[in-house]
Design a protein around this ligand. Structure first.
Ligand SMILES: [Zn+2]
Length: 388
C-alpha cells in the first residue's frame, strides 16, 4: 500500500466527512440547498486542509440528481443514520448522493463538467484562455460546470486578466472555485469578485482521530502514542497526516510503536525531552546543555526538538490550569508521556510554566541560522534555568 492510495481512498465524498472546516461546509451546504450558489468562490488556507476536496463535493452537490437534504426533518427519529445526525448537529443541510450519474462521474474524475487547473504547474495562460473561450458553452451533461483553479496565486498576470474578464460576467452555468495557500498574492480585483472562505489548520486532535479510524479500517497495528506523534507531525494538514500514516505502514513491521515513528522522522526520544524538562526543574544548566548537544549530535533538528519541548510545556500548563482537558491531553500524548507531564507539572508554579512557554515560543519564532541552529534553544534554556 502506498501513501497516495491511502489519501485518495479516504478522501471525503460528502460535506459531513470534511474534518475541521465546519464553518465552510455549513455555509456552502445552505447556499446549495437554497439555490443561492455563488459564481465564484475563493478558498484560501494551508495545504492539505480540504480546499480542492470541498470544491469537488460542491461540484457534485450542485449537479446531484437527488440532493439529499432536509436532515432536520429526520432528526430525533429512531433509526436515523449516524452521519446524518452528525451532519445535522453541524448545520449541514444537504449532501450529494454519490450514486447518481453526475456524482459518480465527478467522483471517478471522468466528468467533463468539472475542470481542474493546477496553476502551480502550468501557470495557466493557455488553460485560462481556452477556458475563457470554452466557458460560453453549456455544461455537457449537468446543470453546472465547475472550474477549479488550484494554487491560483501562481497564475501569470495575463492569466489573471483573462480570468478577471470571465469573472466579471460569468455565464449562469459556471461556478469558479479558486484555491490558494497564499491569499495575499491573489489580486484584489479577483478576490473582491469571489465569496471568500478561509480554511483552517485541522486540530491535532481531529487528525489523530482520523488516523486512528483509518488504521482501524486498514487493520494496522499501531499504538496510540505513535498515532499521536503522526498527528503532531502532520502540523494541521490532514493530507500530510494520511501520507505519513501511509509511509509508516509501508514499513515491514507487524506492530508500529512511537519509537519507530520517532526514528523514521528524526524526532527526539522521550528520554531527551524528559531529560531537558528535568533540567528545568533542577535548574541544572550543565545537564541541559549536554542534552541539547546529544540531540544535535545524533542528527535531531534543533527546531523540532524545541517544538517537542514547547508541546510538553504547554500540556503541563493546561494540566495545571484546566484539569478538564485531562482526557483530551491523555489521548493526544499517549499514556507514558501523559504520566510524566502530570507529575512534572507539580514541580513548577503555573507562572513559571507560563514564563517557560513564553520563552520557548520566542525562541521558536526566531528563524534558525544555518550556523549552529541550536542557538535559539540554548538561549532560551539559559533564561529558563536562571528564572527566579
Ligand atoms: Zn448525486
Amino acid at each position: 500500500m502506498n501513501e497516495v492510495v491511502l489519501y485518495r481512498k479516504y478522501r471525503p465524498q460528502r460535506f459531513s466527512e470534511v474534518l475541521g472546516q465546519d464553518h465552510v461546509v455549513r455555509i456552502l451546504s445552505n447556499a446549495i440547498r437554497l439555490n443561492r450558489v455563488a459564481h465564484a468562490y475563493l478558498f484560501s488556507g494551508p495545504r492539505g486542509t480540504g480546499k480542492t476536496t470541498v470544491a469537488r463535493i460542491l461540484a457534485k452537490a450542485v449537479n446531484c440528481a437527488n440532493l439529499a437534504g432536509n436532515f432536520e426533518k429526520n432528526s430525533g427519529q429512531i433509526g436515523i443514520r449516524r452521519s446524518e445526525a452528525e451532519a445535522d448537529s453541524r448545520g449541514i443541510v444537504c449532501e450529494p448522493c454519490n450514486t447518481c450519474d453526475a456524482c459518480l462521474d465527478i467522483s471517478s474524475g471522468q466528468s467533463l463538467d468539472l475542470v481542474e487547473i493546477d496553476a502551480a504547474s502550468s501557470r495557466g495562460i493557455d488553460e485560462i484562455r481556452a477556458l475563457r473561450d470554452a466557458i460560453r458553452l453549456s455544461p455537457l451533461k449537468n446543470k453546472y460546470k465547475v472550474y477549479v483553479v488550484d494554487e491560483c496565486h501562481m497564475l501569470t498576470r495575463e492569466a489573471f486578466n483573462a480570468l478577471l474578464k470571465t469573472l466579471e460576467e460569468p455565464p449562469s452555468h459556471a461556478i469558479f472555485v479558486l484555491a490558494t495557500t497564499e491569499f495575499e498574492k491573489v489580486p484584489e480585483t479577483i478576490a473582491s469578485r469571489c465569496q471568500h472562505f478561509e480554511f483552517r489548520k485541522v486540530s491535532e486532535n481531529i487528525i489523530r482521530e482520523s488516523l486512528r479510524e483509518i488504521a482501524q479500517k486498514e487493520n494496522i497495528n499501531i499504538d496510540d502514542e505513535a498515532v499521536g506523534l503522526l498527528a503532531f507531525f502532520a502540523d494541521g494538514s490532514l493530507r500530510d497526516g494520511h501520507n505519513l500514516l501511509g509511509q509508516i505502514i509501508s514499513l515491514p513491521n507487524d506492530k508500529i510503536d512511537a519509537q519507530q515513528v520517532r526514528l523514521l522522522f528524526g524526532a527526539p526520544s522521550r528520554e531527551l525531552v524528559e531529560g531537558l524538562i528535568q533540567s528545568f526543574i533542577d535548574k541544572d544548566s550543565q545537564s541541559a546543555f549536554s542534552i541539547i548537544k546529544k540531540a544535535v549530535d545524533s542528527g535531531i533538528d534543533a527546531r523540532l526538538f524545541l517544538k517537542f519541548i514547547l508541546r510538553d510545556i504547554r500540556s503541563m500548563l493546561l494540566l495545571a490550569l484546566a484539569p478538564n482537558m485531562e482526557k483530551e491531553l491523555k489521548g493526544l500524548l499517549g499514556e507514558n508521556e501523559f504520566r510524566f507531564l502530570q507529575a512534572a507539572k507539580d514541580r513548577f508554579k503555573p507562572e513559571e510554566l507560563e514564563f517557560i512557554l513564553r520563552t520557548l515560543l520566542d525562541a521558536y519564532t526566531v528563524r534558525p541560522h544555518f550556523y549552529l541552529p541550536q542557538i535559539p534553544l540554548e538561549l532560551a534554556v539559559i533564561k529558563i534555568i536562571n528564572r527566579r
